[in-house]
Design a binder for this molecule. Structure first.
Ligand SMILES: Nc1ncnc2c1ncn2[C@@H]1O[C@H](COP(=O)(O)OP(=O)(O)O)[C@@H](O)[C@H]1O
Ligand SMILES: C[C@@](O)(CCOP(=O)(O)O)CC(=O)O
Ligand SMILES: [Mg+2]
Length: 327
């Protein structure tokens, strides 16, 4: 029987604090019910392979030399997997398969979900016990290597699951109850590149510190206000804070015409709030709706863009389809 390991991890949606979280401000994000899965099998060849039917890529890897040949597809997300293999794999030949049922580059944390699932599968394959804390830390290190700058938010949420508040001290506090309100995620077919958008904000901050620092710290204050509103399930206050957060993201230049189109379409068709989720520059928006308006909002956005129905999910990383006995 060929040695095999399977791990999966959820994507996420950021409610408050994207970009400001990179500068240690608090943030609020939730794991969603769309996941990345990685299967590793002992290879019968004298080389390794990495395939994804969902993303249409195939790679032949020489793990001994650390080189690879892209047989077909785009390299993007492969960089995260190769970085993880460089750190957590030996030179044995393996066949890896990546499954992804969430849109990639769409602000839903595909890079974090793929990275967490890859590392969890590699550690299981090599029989290396690991805690959730260590797994999230290693995954954050991979995102930092590949993107140049990354907060631990995405990889913490993909590892732990649930709706979480990330404090300034980088501790996560899980909300006991998911938000009792329907959301619609709208996404454009123009994906955003997280690394590029984070570097854009860094450039602005370095050039206009006296203007941008107050924006970043106000985003942190909004996240703290939102934490209280979520605990009270004060939907109207959450909505006001989401729209305020959007105004500041716009100021940071991470909005686009397509994202604005979806934001205002959502608001004009009954959404209580609508804002960019994730890095922006493309990708997705998240709209807070009422049960009576959620279908209107989705239908209106679908006229020119796409929507994906996601639910918050309590499930974080799974290894061999069960929540690992993390110590
Ligand atoms: N079709 C694709 N095949 C492989 N990689 C892709 C594809 N589309 C986008 N990518 C890459 O996937 C990564 C997505 O990560 P990121 O930009 O952080 O988006 P997300 O918001 O999903 O985390 C980027 O490195 C991007 O270059
Ligand atoms: C923009 C940022 O705050 C979130 C990135 O989210 P995503 O990769 O677009 O899903 C960057 C980070 O936190 O590392
Ligand atoms: Mg990402």
């Amino acid at each position: 029987m060929r040695k095999m390991s399977v791990a999966s991890a959820p994507g996420k949606t950021i409610l408050f604090g994207e970009h400001s979280v990179v500068y240690d401000e608090p943030a609020i994000a939730g794991a969603v019910n769309k996941r990345a899965s990685v299967k590793i099998q002992e290879s019968l060849n004298n080389y390794s392979t990495l395939k994804s039917y969902d993303l249409g890529f195939e790679v032949i890897l020489n793990t001994r030399r650390g080189t690879y040949k892209l047989v077909k597809g785009k390299p993007g997300i492969i960089r995260y997997i190769l970085n993880a293999m460089g750190k957590f794999h030996d030179h044995s030949n393996i066949d890896m398969t990546l499954g992804l049922n969430l849109p990639i580059g769409s602000g839903l944390g595909s890079s974090a979900a793929v990275t967490v699932a890859t590392i969890a599968a590699l550690h299981d394959y090599h029989g290396v016990p690991i805690t959730k804390e260590k797994l999230a830390e290693e995954a954050h290190g991979v995102e930092q290597d590949v993107q140049g700058i990354a907060s631990p938010l995405d990889t913490l949420v993909s590892t732990n699951g649930g709706l979480v508040y990330l404090s300034r001290e980088k501790r996560i506090v899980r909300f006991d109850k998911p938000l009792d309100a329907p959301f619609v995620i709208g996404f454009t077919n123009k994906y955003g590149n997280t690394g590029k958008m984070v570097k854009h904000v860094r450039h602005l901050k370095d050039n206009y510190p006296e203007l941008i620092n107050p924006v970043i710290s106000t985003m942190g204050k909004i996240a703290n206000e939102a934490r209280i509103a979520i605990l009270k399930n004060d939907i109207d206050r959450i909505a006001d804070l989401m729209n305020l957060n959007q105004g500041l993201l716009d100021g940071l230049g991470v909005n686009t015409y397509e994202l604005s189109r979806m934001i205002y379409t959502a608001r004009e068709n009954g959404a209580l709030a609508s804002k960019i989720t994730g890095s922006g520059g493309g990708g997705s928006i998240i709209s807070l709706c009422k049960n009576s308006t959620v279908d209107n909002v989705a239908n209106a956005i679908n006229k020119e863009d796409s929507t994906i129905k996601v639910k918050f999910s309590g499930e974080g990383v799974l290894v061999n389809r069960r929540s690992p006995p993390f110590n």
